[in-house]
Write a protein that binds this ligand. Structure first.
Ligand code: 7TS
Length: 426
């Protein structure tokens, strides 16, 4: 039988428990209505933030107000509501631009999410630029959505998918990366933060090395933007992609940032309304950026909701929240390390939010089920990163992924739940 240690909430150092300090998770938490409920008779402890984040009241209210008072199609109506909706949607694009510190609004393309953004680049830039014998370079820690689109492209073009290996801490091996860059490399596409391991990759270094070969870099920022301030001009990446729903915004909206020259040189992805200048049966000319890549009625409410989420984040202060989250992660890491038979998968020194782990002789799904009965929501599985599981020789992990609204009490509930799982299954 394992003994449950002293609660973290009572032993954690400042600033974690300094409620009047630079960041107050208890105050922020009150902004999220969904967190106020009970599950299985226990207060909900939501630690599945890498799958999707919860939404603050202001995002929910913005969506409701949009549908109740402002709903209209955009870019085409001369009427009042259409103008309001268009202004709100384009205003959201400007907010995203500032959020990423992109140079121009037209570098911000609204898509459905990270998956669609990566497929867009693969099917437009990729089909135009990649030929037989060329190489696309990804890493061994990618989410399936940064693997499969490139495999589809490589298969069609007779190109080769090359993989940067990771070490046993789950870090990208930079020396191996350098060795794989060559005259045939057409694109490097890597995660900013790994969803299965939490590893924070040195994107600026990766970009600098690729640019020496004249190779553009796509960064999958799905797991990074909710936790750290991203500056695409400082990173100098060529594409940066993320999903709104992981950034406290709605589902069905995401962002593809691309350098203007690159985006302008790419053929369109989807054809239809909104993406044209003129259409005849003989020839169609395409709209300028960003419309060229936003065919059809876009996710208007999603864009406006994402704008509200970014506004909210600006008020919370992502920089201050990041410091708190860093403390939370190191406390959680220490607490989990003390649990007998538990191994953390992904132990890079530079990590964000994610704690993936296995416990000897207990299947991750069983751990997830016991935790659910304790009100604790985690994800158990391969996290759409099967090659990562293969690297570590495990079929699956249990994953707790924190957000800035998680508290030391949440970590205590997780630790208690894990001790319970050990009692039940051992
Ligand atoms: N890239 C990374 C690094 C991700 O973590 C995810 C989703 C995606 C791409 C795809 O994002 P989507 O919004 O288009 O689906 N990751 C996860 C996860 O870890 N658990 O559920 C979804």
């Amino acid at each position: 039988m394992s003994t449950v240690p002293q609660p973290l909430a009572s032993v954690l150092p400042c600033p974690l428990i300094d409620r009047a300090g630079p960041f107050d998770p208890y105050r922020v938490r009150a902004d999220f209505p969904v967190l106020k409920q009970s599950v299985c008779g226990k207060p909900l402890v939501y630690l599945d933030n890498a799958a999707t984040a919860q939404k603050p009241r202001v995002v929910i209210d913005t969506l409701q107000r949009y549908y109740a008072c402002e709903n209209a199609n955009i870019h085409r109506g001369v009427h009042h509501l259409s103008q309001i909706a268009t202004d709100a949607y384009e205003g959201a694009r400007t907010r995203v631009r500032h959020f990423l510190n992109a140079a121009q609004d037209r570098e911000i393309i609204f898509v459905r999410g990270t998956t669609e953004g990566i497929n867009l680049v693969a099917q437009t830039w990729g089909r135009q630029q990649v030929g037989e014998g060329d190489e696309i370079l990804i890493s061994a820690m990618e989410h399936h959505s940064n693997i499969v689109p490139w495999q589809i492209l490589c298969e069609e073009k007779g190109a080769k998918l090359c993989v940067i290996p990771i070490n046993d801490r789950g870090e990208l091996m930079l020396d191996e990366y350098e060795k794989r860059l060559n005259g045939r490399t057409r694109l490097v596409s890597v995660a900013h933060v790994s969803n299965a391991l939490g590893t924070l990759n040195p994107v600026r270094e990766i970009v600098d090395l690729a640019h020496r070969w004249g190779v553009p870099v796509l960064v999958d920022g799905a797991q990074a933007v909710p936790h750290l301030k991203v500056d695409v001009r400082e990173l100098d990446c060529d594409f940066y992609i993320f999903s709104g729903h992981k950034l406290y915004g709605p589902t069905g909206i995401g962002v593809l940032y691309g350098k203007a020259d690159l985006l302008a040189s790419m053929p369109p992805y989807h054809g239809g309304g909104n993406m044209i200048k003129s259409v005849t049966f003989e020839k169609t000319t395409y709209a300028d950026l960003p419309n060229k890549f936003e065919a059809g009625t876009p996710p208007i409410a999603g864009g406006i909701g994402l704008g509200a989420a970014i506004n909210y984040l600006n008020q919370v202060g992502l920089d201050r929240a990041a410091v708190y989250e860093e403390d939370l992660l190191s406390c959680a890491t220490e607490a989990l390390s003390r649990i007998p038979g538990l191994s953390i998968i992904g132990t890079a020194p530079r990590k964000v939010s994610v704690l993936s782990f296995v416990i000897e002789d207990i299947h991750p799904h069983d751990i997830g089920t016991v935790l659910d009965q304790e009100g604790v929501a985690v994800r158990a599985g391969h996290h759409c990163a099967q090659p990562v599981m293969q690297h570590f020789g495990v079929p699956a992990t249990t994953r707790a992924a924190t957000a800035f609204y998680n508290t030391p009490e949440d970590l205590d509930a997780l630790v208690r739940g894990l001790h319970k799982a050990i009692e039940v299954f051992r």
